[in-house]
Ligand binder design. Structure first.
Ligand code: SF4
Ligand code: SF4
Length: 383
């Protein structure tokens, strides 16, 4: 009989509590706490929580509601957009069900047009994202959008958001970012202390844990225990497993790519994507006026909807080196034009570091699982 390791036990505990977030949000909603649904890394968590609300990431990861979404949306649209809309339309996302407002951003064209339809289902606030992060005009436009969101939250929930409240939330979110960074540090080890699947599981648990004051010390302790088990010799990954960085579109509905990589004997050590380390690299400056600091922080999320997307390229180069990766796999969701066009620049950048690169275009279906295994297997043989 296979013995259960210490890290197995820790991860089994995480898995057992993966759905606790639904209950947390239900209880908070029943006690009258506002719930604000979000979809995107540009949504300023600190401002939403300073209004006394709970920001909840809304479901966008499953294939099931896409058929319903296609009754209203074109079929050749990104699966993430169709899934988001489908969950809302079919009332299958518990977070959407309980939310009092959705905060959306004018990121890509498909998303912003989908939000017009979604606004028929829930009060929806659309933040107008500048198309570039560069220059004073863009910065001042984004600052105005944060002010407009603040006013909307104050009005919707009958509260006043002062600088002190925002600063407290900035400090808490920064602590969470630092704890998450320490989790990712485990994958900088050689071999990494846990697999890419396991990193994904823990990150997902953290995303849907809404009591951050409890989460931060819990996560610190989890990382400490995993590191201790590693230092005592526990290994989950062989020393010669190729180390892969995944970049590109959010991976929630495309975890089959992670599975294909790890089933073929490699290990994912870093996710540059949203949900991974994309926005953890720099904290909100706690020494500056809070709204100013939030403006700069969120304007610099390295998303392909920005032109140019310098911040993603800089971050990617740094991550390739600091995680000592052997190869880069880029995931592009079907019909995502901005990430698809950016593959050219990403490929150039990765090759300039001397590492192999491959891109895979996929959707949320299971239809390409065999093809993914073949292509990724061939890629790994090159490493
Ligand atoms: S990839 Fe861009 S649009 Fe998508 S969640 Fe991240 S920041 Fe938002
Ligand atoms: S993956 Fe691309 S197309 Fe889909 S929502 Fe994100 S930016 Fe838009």
């Amino acid at each position: 009989m296979k013995s259960v390791s210490r890290i197995d036990e820790l991860l089994a505990d995480v898995e057992a509590h993966l759905k606790d977030g639904v209950l947390q949000v239900k209880e908070a909603s029943e006690k009258g706490r506002p719930i604000v649904g979000t979809y995107c890394t540009f949504a300023p968590w600190e401002l939403i929580t300073a209004a006394g609300a709970i920001p909840a990431t809304l479901c966008a990861r499953g294939e099931d509601p896409i058929t319903a979404a296609e009754e209203h949306l074109p079929r050749n649209l990104c699966p993430l957009i169709k899934s988001s809309y489908g969950y809302a339309l079919t009332d299958k996302c518990p977070y959407f069900h309980f939310c009092d407002m959705v905060i959306a951003e004018s990121t890509c064209d498909g998303k912003k047009k989908m939000y017009e339809l979604m606004s028929r289902m829930k009060p929806l606030h659309l933040m107008m994202l500048p198309q570039t992060a560069e220059g004073d005009v863009a910065r001042s436009a984004w600052r105005s959008e944060l002010d407009r969101l603040k006013a909307r939250l104050e009005d919707a929930f009958s509260v006043t958001i002062d600088d002190e409240a925002i600063s407290k939330r900035i400090a808490l979110r920064n602590r969470e970012r630092m704890a998450l960074n320490s989790l990712w540090e485990l994958s900088r080890l050689d071999p990494p202390a846990i697999t890419g699947r396991e990193q994904f599981l823990i990150s997902e648990y953290c995303e849907f844990h809404f009591h951050k004051e409890e989460l931060v010390p819990w996560l610190g302790n989890l990382v400490y225990q995993i590191r201790e088990a590693y230092d005592q010799g526990e290994r989950r990954v062989g020393k010669d497993a190729p180390r892969i960085l995944i970049t590109g579109c959010p991976l929630g509905g495309a975890q089959k790519v992670i599975h294909a990589i790890e089933d073929a004997g490699a290990v994912v050590v870093c996710y540059e994507n949203c949900g991974g380390v994309k926005e953890l690299g720099f904290l909100v400056d706690e020494d500056r006026p809070p709204m100013e600091a939030l403006t700069d922080k969120y304007l610099n999320v390295g998303c392909s909807v920005m032109t140019p997307n310098t911040s993603r390229m800089d971050n990617l180069k740094n991550l390739i080196e600091s995680y000592n990766v052997d190869g880069v796999v880029e995931v592009v969701l079907q019909a995502c034009h901005t990430y698809a066009v950016e593959t050219y620049e990403v490929r150039e950048l990765v090759r300039s570091t001397g590492r192999p690169y491959m891109s895979v275009e996929t959707d949320y279906s299971k239809s390409d699982i065999g093809q993914l295994a073949t292509r990724i297997g061939a890629f790994l043989e090159m490493l």
